[in-house]
Design a protein around this ligand. Sequence first.
Ligand code: PLP
Length: 395
Amino acid sequence: MTEANPHTQKRRHFSQKVQGISASGIRHFFELIANMDGCISLGVGEPDFVTPERFTRAAFNAVLAGETHYTSNYGLIELRQAISAHLERLYGVRYDARNEIVVTIGVSEALLLATHALLDPGDEVLVPDPYYVAYPPCIVLAGGKLVPVPTTMERDFRVSASDLEQRATERTKAILLGYPSNPTGAQMRREDLAEIADLAARRDLVVISDEIYDRLSYGLPHTCFASLPGMKERTVLLGGFSKAYAMTGWRVGWVCAPADILEAMMKIHQYIVMSAPTPSQYAALEAIRHGEEYTQKFVEEFDARRRLIVSGLKDMGLTTFEPKGAFYAFPSVRSTGLTDMEFAERLLDEEKVAVIPGSAFGECGRGHVRMCYATPRPLLEEAVERIGRFVARLQ
Ligand code: PLP
């Protein structure tokens, strides 16, 4: 028997925190389809539209004019002022551009800042399940504990104050809401949010509200959580440019919060990021000042596609709730007799359509698949046809 050489033996050098999170179930599917010809992907959650040229030009012009330096840690003051005006115009909520807004590297960074600035080890965060894939890692890496709060298709995947309260303990520090929802497309009604606001006030909780899909709401007007009476003081509001302005690759978003929480987040942001990319901030400034007509067009087109996919899924006999926001359909595939994982794998294999198994988004996603309809209409029609063929063969 050869003895282990102490010089070549290696401990696992990565932390228990990292071991405590799993790789995204979505990434697995991206890798599978990377080299697959003729595959239609309903997997990736991003607009198919290219960023409007006007925004891109603004970035180029700024760079050519010498704007190649760091900005303020908080972000360009003009951009913060524009974000402040935008939120006031849409929702009547007022944030001070000087000390209540930070421009971030997308909502992704904003989530990391919020969780790290708020949570101590063992603090619990109530999160409606199914949830966006980045919520668990952000909470776990911050030392917190995600407490899933089940939601169901029968109740349109909305969460109620009493669902949340049932799972609250004395360790509960925050509620993390993401509406309109990725992956379900659920949107909340103002009256339900008002009850959650009461709960937050009663139990002295912070609400982290991820409103990245706020503009993509079909029929139900979006309620900004911070605009509810008394809520600005206990809300960390996350928003961004990725979805409403087709700017995923620019990596720019924002976080708004009361000045003391913002300063806590700033302590992290200034060391890990310094400032969001300067060219992207100029593109974002153009978008928020002059992008409304593009957003309107995107929303109109997404809405048409939403109706197309929902009626297609219903026609093929899959139970589907009507998504009221974002750009995802989340049908149940239980009637096919397959698990969500089997359904996604076989659909990819047999019909070359990529969808994401719902269990990637938490226990309550099990038995569903997520289909992103931010896909050009001809491709979406073709995808619906292929899925229909696949489902018919299973019957
Ligand atoms: N939050 C939700 C719910 C998302 O779906 C996404 C992206 O898919 C993000 C945050 C991250 O967005 P960003 O591109 O602004 O980092």
